[in-house]
Design a protein around this ligand. Structure first.
Ligand SMILES: *Cc1c(COP(=O)(O)O)cnc(C)c1O
Length: 223
């Protein structure tokens, strides 16, 4: 199936989720996650009008950054090793996986310009997942004040892999509550207005619960 056709279906689902929750579709940015697919397929996504692309590994990002024709806005969505920061930092506009001070320090050291960062939160507490526990987030964000190249644009989470709607909603609601708590502090370096949540399996629910960026791979570019 063509990316353009899949995109139409995703846009229809976004519209419906927005209708159900009194939101506007232009409040929700779609990030096409191209980590599973070829350069050609990623090119097709760009041509279908998807401007925001996401990769979770430095190799994938560097290869596509090199070969794609056009100027996508790159999102780094995977866990990031400090020693990889140098290679990707001037190629990405957003990092969705800030989860420790040592990484913040490295980003601060390597970036030429302030970088839009999402603090990753492990809301569900699953051991397999990266991110801070909800209890740790506020003091972590507070400590980021010392790094002038870090802008905390929002919070990111990966929901548990389940079809249970209540579990998913609770997870997204909790992230939104944290985001609003941080936003209300009005720290200049942490506007924290964005919520990066929702993947192929759960983006409709994430949007109903306030997502401003959804990261969609399979449902958008899967073959
Ligand atoms: C792979 C990935 C996605 C997209 O997953 P799909 O289920 O294919 O939509 C989103 N976010 C992160 C962090 C990922 O690693």
């Amino acid at each position: 199936m063509k990316v353009a056709d899949k995109l139409q279906e995703v846009q229809r689902q976004i519209q419906e989720a927005c209708d159900r929750s009194g939101r506007q579709p232009d409040e929700v940015k779609v990030i096409a996650v191209t980590k599973y697919v070829s350069v050609e397929r990623a090119q097709e996504a760009l041509e279908a009008g998807l401007l925001h692309l996401g990769e979770n590994r430095d190799e994938g990002l560097l290869e596509k950054w090199d070969k794609l024709q056009g100027e996508p806005v790159w999102h780094f969505i995977g866990s990031l090793q400090s020693r990889k920061v140098k290679q990707i930092i001037d190629k990405v506009s957003y990092i969705h996986s800030l989860d420790r001070l040592s990484l913040a320090k490295e980003i601060n050291k390597r970036a030429a310009q302030p970088v839009q960062c999402f603090v990753q939160v492990n809301v569900s507490g699953e051991e397999s997942k990266h991110g801070l526990s909800p209890e740790e987030v506020m003091s972590f964000v507070e400590q980021l004040a010392q790094y002038e190249k870090i802008t905390v644009c929002g919070l990111m989470t990966m929901a548990p892999l389940t079809d249970d709607e209540q579990t998913l909603r609770q997870c997204f609601k909790k992230l939104k509550k944290l985001q609003e708590d941080i936003q209300s502090r009005e720290w200049p370096y942490a506007p924290c207005a964005e919520l990066s949540m929702g993947m192929s399996n759960d983006y409709q629910i994430a949007i109903e619960e306030g997502a401003t960026m959804v990261r969609i791979g399979t449902a958008l570019v899967g073959e």
